[in-house]
Every structure is written in C-alpha cells, then in structure tokens.
Design a protein around this ligand. Structure first.
Ligand code: SIN
Length: 299
C-alpha cells in the first residue's frame, strides 16, 4: 500500500503531498494528516488528481463549510460551491481578476474572511500562469519589534476594490442576475475594519493582515502616515522572495492555502485559456494579535 508523503517544497512555506488518490474517500487518519500539513506549511499541493466535481467538493469538506464566491460563475445546483476561474471575461467582475489581480487574501473584506481556498487546475497553459504565495507569519516575524508593537494596536480597512457605492456598475450585472444572494454586501463595499496583526485561530501564531488588493487604509491615523505605513508593509510582504513560494501548475494539480496566514496572486503572463475550479471555505472573525506586554495590560 502507498503511504501518504508530505515533503516541504520551500524553506519558508509549502509542502507537496503524494502517495494519495483524492478521488477515493479519505480515511480520517489521512484527512487529519492533510489538515495538519495545511496548518504547518500554510499551503499544500497535490499533483495528478483527476477529480470530478463531487470528488473535489468532498475534498473541500475536509477544510470546513464552503460558500459560492460571488466573483465568478459556479457549477450550479449541488455544486454551486465550486467556482470556475477562467480568462472568460464574462465570468468575472470587470476590472478585477483577469488583468489587475495583485497579492491578496481571499475575502479579506468580509466580516468573516475566508479560511481555506482550494484550487484545482483544469486547463493549464504550457508556460506561465503560476501562482505566487507569501507567508504572512514570516512577514510579521521579520518586522522590527517596535514596528510589530505599533502594528498590533492598529486596525485596517479592507474593501472590495473599485466597487464602492459610487461605482456600483463595476459589478457584473449578468452574474448577479444569474446568481442572486451570493455574498457581497454593503459592509464589503464600504470597507470593514480588521486588526492589522491577527492571531491565527488554530495555530496561535501572529500574522500580518495586509494586502495590496483589498486593504486600503489604516484607521485612526493621519492620511499621509497611514498611506506610507500601508505601502511599507505591502512592500515588505510582496518584495521579499525569502518568504514567498511560486507554484507551477499542471492539469490535475491542487493547491490548498490558508488565507489567515498567506497572500497569493496568479501571474497573468499567458494568453491561452487557463481554467481552475475553486472552493472557498468560511472563516471566522479575525482575532487581534497583541504583544505579550500589551496582553497583560489588557487583562
Ligand atoms: C485566486 O486568486 O484565488 C486564484 C489564483 C490563481 O488563479 O492562480
């Protein structure tokens, strides 16, 4: 019998899991090992998994309750929690993913930001279309302690971009009429305040909670300082190769990442069709990361 193998693929983050056929029901022991690897390595990868939609849905259940994300069309019916992510202009909200995707954490503008995301490669360009990941524990750990303490006291506004009330036409009306009630609300459009440093609810580790795509303002700070601090933090996260990992897809590859401690971005360097299926798992309300000395003051 082939044994499940978990091998790190990068010094900072990421592990590849082999020796398992995900089209078969997972034993509770393997499901637990996969969940542990997801928490230990922030993103896990599988190859050669030719899954049907129901099999992919079953894999998603290992990570929690899924929801159909509003930003792309989905498979519908019982499979509505599987979104189709493709270069098809019609399937996406204009002006976001295909051309302007930047490093982000899925759903960071929701009151309960996304926990895990699962992506299955269905149609992969022969060259290009990789996904880049950032380890946000390392992003926090490598800040100067004085900056860590300052960040721990701050809140940051996360907003679904370009679709403020002044630009509601930015939303794809076709998608909304076909799929009513799929998620985005006033809070996401107006922006939601979340802690700038969060404590991961399962590992207890602190992570920086910032991204170029959705986080647009640090609260209660002079505008210029807020912008400069945001730029500094985003630059720190996205320009430090030491805590990034670049994943090269093949058809049948799967990536499962933890949005509570990572950022990711697709690289739009291809011009042939690329199609992925995505499952998005509900998360919890972010917990504020407080430095130990502040914790004792707060207690
Ligand atoms: C995403 O941003 O959720 C998709 C990433 C990708 O298509 O590589």
């Amino acid at each position: 019998m082939v044994e499940l193998r978990i091998e790190p693929v990068g010094p900072s983050m990421g592990a590849e899991i082999s020796g398992i056929d995900l089209s078969e029901p997972l034993s509770s022991q393997n499901a637990e090992a996969i969940r542990k690897a997801f928490l230990d390595y922030q993103v896990i990868f599988f190859h050669d998994q030719d899954l049907t939609a129901p099999q992919f849905k079953a894999l998603g259940e290992v990570f929690g309750d899924a929801y159909p994300h509003f930003f792309a069309r989905n498979l519908g019916g019982d499979l509505q929690n599987i979104n189709i992510i493709s270069g098809d202009e019609d399937s996406r909200i204009r002006g976001t993913a295909d051309r302007h995707v930047m490093f982000h954490s899925d759903g960071s503008y929701f009151e309960y930001p996304t926990g895990a995301s699962l992506l299955l490669g269905k149609k992969i360009p022969s060259l290009g279309g990789d996904t880049l990941f950032v380890n946000m524990y390392d992003a926090y750990d490598t800040l100067h302690p004085a900056l860590q303490r300052a960040c721990e006291e701050l809140q940051i506004l996360h907003t679904f971009p370009n679709f403020t009330k002044s630009n509601p036409q930015g939303l794809n009306p076709k998608y909304f009429s076909d799929h009513p009630g799929n998620g985005i609300d006033e809070g996401s459009l107006n922006g939601r305040l979340h802690p700038l440093v969060i404590v991961h609810p399962e590992t207890g580790r602190k992570a920086l909670n910032v991204n170029r795509q959705f986080a647009n303002k640090i609260a209660d700070m002079h505008e210029t300082q807020a912008r400069q601090l945001l730029n500094l933090l985003v630059e720190h996260c996205t320009s430090t190769p030491e805590f990034q990992f670049r994943f090269q897809w093949k058809t049948g590859s799967i990536a499962i990442w933890d949005n509570r401690c990572t950022l990711h971005t697709p690289i739009k360097d291809y011009s042939v069709p690329r199609e992925m299926w995505r499952i998005t798992i509900h998360g919890t309300k972010p917990l504020q990361g407080v430095a130990p000395e502040l914790e004792s003051v707060a207690a």
